[in-house]
Design a protein around this ligand. Structure first.
Ligand SMILES: *Cc1c(COP(=O)(O)O)cnc(C)c1O
Length: 456
């Protein structure tokens, strides 16, 4: 038992927590059943206040790439807290951790990126990018170019701007979003929308929707396109190989800036350090967060391409920034996190070994009566639950079966997330084949129990 678990009990923590507001939580339900209290984590396991050991197949929220409990990260953070716990990077100031991390990120990212700006979350990073995009077109004397196109079911964060970029209806409904200057097109979701088209044909058709939207709005009014190389929260939507090269072409043709939101994909998730590589995306901005520190400290980074930075730098002060932009402890932690990812060859392992093994084992679920499709790339994947495997017909109401399945996972001490009726998987990159075997066993129990509940 940890020190904190001795101090208090589950019921006491739940009572203290019950009235408070939580992200993405139904508060009536929270009030009724109380929160799950996580007290400790080690490797890929979470421990709750009742002593359960839980397999985290979701790496926290897509972020704990190196796994929990890394002592060297704690040591680096401790040393940094003693040496320089805080100083800002405003007004022509810097400090060693931020300077060293910038050098590292420039070395690691695609060649057009030689400039970094820091924030504390993926949301504020995307917010900042929108500000940079607007500044860019103002300086280019094309002030009408303001609208940003993104995809339905995309996720780019929770600030007003980031949620507007995102395509989640249930987020838009809450606060009269999207803000003006945002437009959305359909996602490249072949299994759901492809019909009789091959993935390659469908990828081109999905990219063409961008061109249609640009022509509808007038290219002189469109500033940029933003997308996640693989859509994460929207259901691990892996686009056909034809999609991104075509999007790239369209952005060039109509003079749009291209933003690759690599918040989930970055730092090895797909079996590549960044997913821009396999999908052949040459972006003007890249958003990084989550795996940048493996969630040990909050930090985000925006990679800005040379052609954009040159324009932005032609102006005087860039009057924008956060007190904690480039926080020294976060930057020191990011450097150590990247060292671990590289030294333990996590990207190579996800690419050559665990990624292909996961893909092969997931295929076994295709025979399951509930499962319509499985898909994965590296260590991010999805198991899509459908009512009719032949027609891809979904259950009604959408989301109910996903929730049932997720609850069965929780009951069996497995964390998977559900988007609509798709079960999502994004484990720490330190997973071995043994962890994948353990996952398969627990996931099958949950799938079988769900099938029984819905009478399949
Ligand atoms: C999580 C996420 C964000 C938002 O990051 P926060 O740190 O939660 O603000 C942005 N984009 C993508 C693709 C994400 O998955």
């Amino acid at each position: 038992m940890t020190a904190s678990a001795k101090r208090n009990s589950t019921a006491e923590w739940q009572a203290q927590d019950r009235k408070h507001l939580h992200p993405f939580t139904d508060h009536a339900e929270l009030g009724r059943i109380g929160a799950k209290v996580i007290t400790k984590a080690e490797g890929t396991y979470l421990f709750d206040s009742d002593g359960n050991k839980i397999l985290d197949a979701f790496a926290g929220l897509w972020c704990v790439n190196i796994g929990y409990g890394r002592k060297s990260i704690a040591d680096v953070a401790h040393a940094q807290l003693l040496e320089l716990p805080y100083y800002n990077t405003f007004f022509k100031t810097t400090h060693p951790p931020v300077a060293e991390l910038s050098k590292l990120l420039v070395e690691m990212t695609p060649k057009q990126f030689n400039h970094v700006f820091y924030g504390l979350s993926g949301s504020d990073a995307n917010d900042t990018i929108v500000r940079m995009v607007r500044t860019y077109w103002n300086l280019k004397k094309q002030p009408k170019k303001k609208t940003i196109i993104s995809r339905w079911n995309g996720y780019h964060g929770s600030t007003m701007v980031a949620a507007s970029l995102g395509g989640m209806n249930y987020m838009h409904e809450l606060a009269d979003l999207p803000l003006p200057g945002h437009a959305h097109i359909k996602q490249p979701y072949w299994y759901g929308d492809g019909g009789s088209q091959t993935p390659e044909e469908f990828g081109l058709a999905a990219a063409k929707l961008l061109e249609d939207k640009i022509l509808e709005l007038g290219a002189e009014n469109v500033a940029a396109f933003i997308g996640e190389p693989i859509q994460g929260a929207g259901g691990v939507i892996i686009p056909p190989s034809t999609y991104w090269p075509e999007v790239q072409k369209i952005c060039k043709k109509y003079d749009l800036l291209l933003i690759a939101d690599e918040v989930i994909c970055g730092f090895g998730r797909t079996g590549y350090m960044f997913a821009s590589e396999p999908f052949q995306i040459e972006a003007d901005f890249m958003t990084l967060a989550k795996g940048l520190t493996s969630g040990y400290m909050p930090l985000s980074a925006i990679m800005v391409a040379d052609r954009v930075a040159e324009v932005l730098n032609s102006f005087g002060d860039f009057n924008h920034g956060f007190t904690y932009s480039g926080h020294p402890v976060s930057c020191a932690v990011a450097i150590e996190n990247i060292r671990i990812i590289r030294e333990e060859k996590m990207v190579e392992t996800a690419h050559d070994e665990t990624g292909p093994y996961l893909a092969k084992r997931l295929e076994e679920f295709k025979d399951h009566p509930l499962v319509g499709e499985v898909r994965s790339m590296g260590l991010v994947g999805a198991i899509e639950l459908v009512k009719d495997k032949k027609t891809h017909k979904t259950f009604e109401p959408v989301g109910k079966v996903g929730t049932i399945c997720r609850d069965h996972c929780v009951k069996n001490n497995l964390i998977m997330r559900a988007t609509r009726d798709t079960m999502l998987l994004s484990p720490p990159l330190m997973w071995t084949k043994g962890h994948i075997d353990e996952f398969m066993k627990l996931a099958k129990i949950a799938l079988d129990a769900t099938a029984k509940d819905v009478g399949l």
